[in-house]
Every structure is written in structure tokens, then in C-alpha cells.
Design a protein around this ligand. Structure first.
Ligand code: NAI
Ligand code: OAA
Length: 312
């Protein structure tokens, strides 16, 4: 049998979906199918063609098509869901829940109809609850339905730490646990610059300020953009997760995973450290938490549960 390129479908051709499609094609992760609603079919085709026309200039090989027909997604190795509405200034991510839950249900039906063994990575907010919705609707095993928040939240944290210390972002590592909301839990104790614990390099006051800015990082961009939310860093985060799965890299990345007792929670999707590889979420890494860290994680998990409770 001939060797085939991977196929990745991106549902939603808005800011995050289109940017992710381009980034994945630039990294030659596979052929890309960009999907939106019938009313958006022509602009979606236009975006895909425009991206394709960048390929000779940048020298990447990938087919990129735009469509409103799910048949074109048939046999996708991986599907990324970005469909839905984004928040505007003054809104919380949770305000999007009922509109986006309906969209999750309808797109998930279409996805698994054409790709019954695929992997799904969800971006749409409120992302912990939307990943749960997609999991339930899809019937896929839990390790194949994954949400994106921690890669982005950790990237924001690393950016602010690198700025504070005037060091390369490459040398700063961190971990953000919990739900993708204002009470997410950046774990300072597990964060380093060049292997040196951050607590030895940055004062407590400044670290507290960085944690607070990380928690409100999405809102900071929403406030600046005025009409939508972040998309470059979210797309970069989705691309790294897609790469880990498609290339079976076994990267240690935070993902929104279905928990069955890990960290003391069950029947919930929540951000935790995971090993991402060719089987999707291959492991959930359980870190020892101090009482304060566990209390903060409990608070964040409670916020996610409150959103799950309003799901219709
Ligand atoms: N988890 C995370 O870290 C992040 C989550 N987000 C979330 O991602 C979502 C998308 O954000 P943007 O791309 O900026 O929004 P956008 O408004 O630019 O794009 C959304 C696209 O979804 C399409 N869409 C709506 N219903 C659809 C359906 N039934 N089938 C297919 N497509 C459909 C719309 O036509 C639109 O093109 C939002 O919910 C946002 O809050 C955004 C950034 C980070
Ligand atoms: O803030 C938003 O609404 C979009 C998002 O999740 C983020 O940028 O973290």
C-alpha cells in the first residue's frame, strides 16, 4: 500500500481555525481540510486557496482545501474543533456555553460519521466543558478526545517570566493546571529558568503578579483586540499538540483530559500534565501538590463543574 500523508481537518475557519490550518501546513503536518458552515463556504475556500498560494513561496508541501461538506473530511487522522462563537470585552468564556455546546454536538456527529477512529482536539470555549461535550457525543475513547488550554496558558506564563528575567523563552519552563478560566493554577514550584527554580530568581510579589497576569491572559488580549479573542498563540498551541500526536512524539504537555480518579476528580475534563503521542493522551502525570495548590485546583475544578451543570 502506498504511504500517505496525514490528513487533518480544522472545523471553524475563523481566526483560530485559519491560523492553525496555515501553521500546520507550514510545518508539513499533513493535508489540511478547513470546514465552516455553508454561509461561509466561499470565504473558507478563499482562505484555503490563499494559504495554498503561500506554499511555493515558503516551500511547504501540503494540500489545503476549504469546504462546507463534511464528506471532504473523510478519514481524517486528526480533527481540530474551533467552531463557535468567541467572547467580546465584558464577557466570560462561560457565557458562550449553551451556544457553543449546540455547535459541538452538531459538528461532532459529522466528524465521527466520516472519521470514526479519529483523534479530536477541542479549542472552542468554555473549553473544559466543550471537550466533555465532544467526548460524550463522539463515543470515542477518552484518550482520543483532548482539549487545549495548558499549552497556551503555560506559553503566556513563560513569556511573562522571560520578559521579567530578560532571558530566552527557550530556557523558561512552567506548568499550568486546572480549568481554562481565571482561577487556573500556574504551578510555580514546578517552573524553572535554565533548571533553576523560579522562586530563587524572582521575588514573591513579582511572581504573584505574573501568575495573575497569566490567569487573565485571555482577557488581556480580548480587551486589546476589541472584537474577538487571541488566535496566534492558540493556533501555535494547537499545532504543537497536533504534531505530538501525528508524529508520536510522546511530549510532556498539559492537556485537558478526562479524569477518572486522577487528582481526586472523576467524570470531568480538566487541564493536567499529560504525555501526548500517537495514542493521544498516553499518560496522565500525577504530581504531588501542597495543600494550597490542591485547594487552588479544587476551586478551578469547581468552576468547571458549575459550567457542566448548566449544560442543557
Ligand atoms: N481554548 C483556548 O485556549 C482558546 C479558545 N478559543 C475559542 O475558540 C473559538 C473560536 O475562536 P475564533 O476562531 O477566534 O472565532 P471566530 O469567530 O473567528 O471563528 C469561529 C468560526 O466558527 C464558525 N462556525 C460557527 N458555527 C459552526 C458550525 N456549526 N460548523 C462549522 N463552523 C462553525 C464560524 O462561522 C466562524 O468562522 C471560540 O469559542 C474561542 O473562545 C480561542 C482562543 C483560545
Ligand atoms: O480569552 C478567550 O476568550 C480566548 C481564550 O480562551 C484565550 O485566549 O485564552
Amino acid at each position: 500500500m502506498a504511504i500517505k500523508r496525514s490528513k487533518v481537518s480544522v472545523i471553524g475557519s475563523g481566526f483560530t481555525g485559519a491560523t492553525t490550518a496555515l501553521m500546520m501546513a507550514q510545518k508539513e503536518l499533513g493535508d489540511v481540510v478547513l470546514v465552516d458552515i455553508p454561509d461561509m463556504e466561499d470565504p473558507t475556500k478563499g482562505k484555503a486557496l490563499d494559504m495554498l498560494e503561500a506554499s511555493p513561496v515558503q516551500g511547504f508541501d501540503a494540500s489545503i482545501i476549504g469546504t462546507a461538506n463534511y464528506e471532504d473530511t473523510k478519514d481524517s487522522d486528526l480533527v481540530i474543533i474551533t467552531a463557535g462563537i468567541a467572547r467580546k470585552p465584558g464577557m466570560s468564556r462561560d457565557d458562550l456555553v449553551n451556544t457553543n455546546a449546540k455547535i459541538m454536538k452538531s459538528v461532532t456527529k459529522e466528524i465521527v460519521n466520516y472519521s470514526p477512529d479519529t483523534y479530536i482536539v477541542v479549542l472552542t470555549n468554555p473549553v473544559d466543558a466543550m471537550t466533555y461535550t465532544v467526548f460524550k457525543e463522539s463515543g470515542l475513547p477518552k484518550e482520543r478526545v483532548i482539549g487545549q488550554s495548558g499549552v497556551l496558558d503555560t506559553a503566556r506564563f513563560r513569556t511573562f517570566v522571560a520578559q521579567e528575567l530578560n532571558l530566552s523563552v527557550k530556557d523558561v519552563t512552567g506548568f499550568v493546571l486546572g480549568g481554562h478560566g481565571d482561577d487556573m493554577v500556574p504551578l510555580i514550584r514546578y517552573s524553572y529558568a535554565g533548571g533553576i527554580p523560579l522562586e530563587k530568581l524572582i521575588s514573591k510579589d513579582r511572581l504573584d503578579a505574573i501568575v495573575e497576569r497569566t490567569r487573565k491572559g485571555g482577557g488581556e488580549i480580548v480587551g486589546l483586540l476589541g472584537n474577538g479573542s487571541a488566535y496566534y498563540a492558540p493556533a501555535a498551541s494547537l499545532t504543537v499538540m497536533a504534531e505530538a500526536i501525528l508524529k508520536d512524539q510522546r511530549r510532556v504537555l498539559p492537556s485537558i483530559a478526562y479524569l477518572e480518579g486522577e487528582y481526586g476528580y472523576s467524570d470531568i475534563y480538566l487541564g493536567v500534565p499529560t504525555v501526548l503521542g500517537g495514542k493521544g493522551i498516553e499518560e496522565i502525570i500525577e504530581l504531588d501538590l501542597t495543600e494550597d495548590e490542591k485547594a487552588a485546583l479544587d476551586k478551578s475544578a469547581d468552576s468547571v463543574k458549575n459550567v457542566l451543570n448548566v449544560l442543557e
